[in-house]
Design a protein around this ligand. Structure first.
Ligand code: GLP
Length: 249
């Protein structure tokens, strides 16, 4: 596992954005696993700006989002579909048919999960997956207690996750369930980038850096993966320095 500690959110966004663009340039028909949440917003902004300036980045790329809320239509302002259109897809040259996001309003959710997992497998699996880190250590919407071999499925969201994501739902109706790709699905990705920013992530970054892998800390599954880059800014890394005898990874 490779660690990069960068100065601030802007540097984190540029680092992750550059890594993703370099990967696309190297392999234009890449299959990307893409995150949502507040952390990736700066990365997407960087990518949109660079793509406009440099080259036609997403022309052959295919994307699979990690997760989507259940019970709201794609057009809902809080959906991850809306998020992705707003932050990335509306501004780059990706082909509509190459965008994949689970449909949280599908009439048969179990079927939708199987379809999504199969579509991803048929595409050849993820080449590069970018992950945010939930405050409780979740990746995608794989909450603590998730088996490391889990696949795409419907999950219940913890109260802390619902609270953290409540600002996306101005009407106060925060979904209680989501579709997420599994930890096993994520671990099948050839390459993984995990990033975290800000003091509110410092405690979970410290746990991730120091604890033994356990299902109670979903991100710790990444320890068993051969190609993971962890990118954190100084605020998210601030508790790493305070650990006696451990220091910065
Ligand atoms: C959300 C998403 C995750 C995301 C995480 C952190 O609930 N489902 O994919 O990485 O929580 O979000 P944020 O970056 O807003 O802290």
């Amino acid at each position: 596992m490779k660690w990069e500690i960068v100065e601030n959110y802007q540097a984190l966004s540029a680092f992750a954005g550059r890594l993703l663009l370099d990967a696309i340039r190297e392999h234009p028909a890449i299959i990307l696993g893409l995150p949502t949440g507040r952390t990736p917003e700066g990365m997407y902004e960087y990518i949109v700006e660079e793509c406009g300036r440099e080259y036609r980045c997403f022309n052959a790329a295919r994307t699979f989002n990690l997760d989507e809320y259940v019970g709201i239509p794609p057009s809902h302002p809080g959906s991850y579909y809306t998020y992705m259109r707003h932050h990335l897809f509306d501004h780059v040259d990706i082909r509509e048919s190459n965008i994949h996001i689970p449909d949280g309003s599908a009439p048969d959710l179990e079927l939708e999960c199987r379809r999504y997992e199969m579509e991803l497998a048929q595409a050849g699996g993820l080449d590069l997956t970018v992950l945010g880190l939930g405050r409780n250590g979740h990746i995608g919407f794989n909450e603590p207690g998730t088996p490391f071999d889990s696949r795409t499925r419907v999950v219940g969201l913890t109260e802390s996750t619902r609270r953290a994501n409540a600002p996306e739902f101005q009407d106060g109706h925060v979904p209680t369930r989501a579709i997420t790709i599994g930890i096993g699905t994520i671990l099948d990705s050839k390459r993984i980038v995990l990033f975290a920013s800000g003091g509110e992530k410092a405690a979970i970054v410290r746990r991730f850096a120091t604890e033994e892998p356990s299902e109670m800390l979903p991100a710790s599954a990444l320890r068993g993966h051969p190609d993971v880059t962890v990118v954190v800014d100084q605020k998210a890394a601030e508790l790493l320095e305070e650990l006696p005898g451990v220091g910065r990874p």
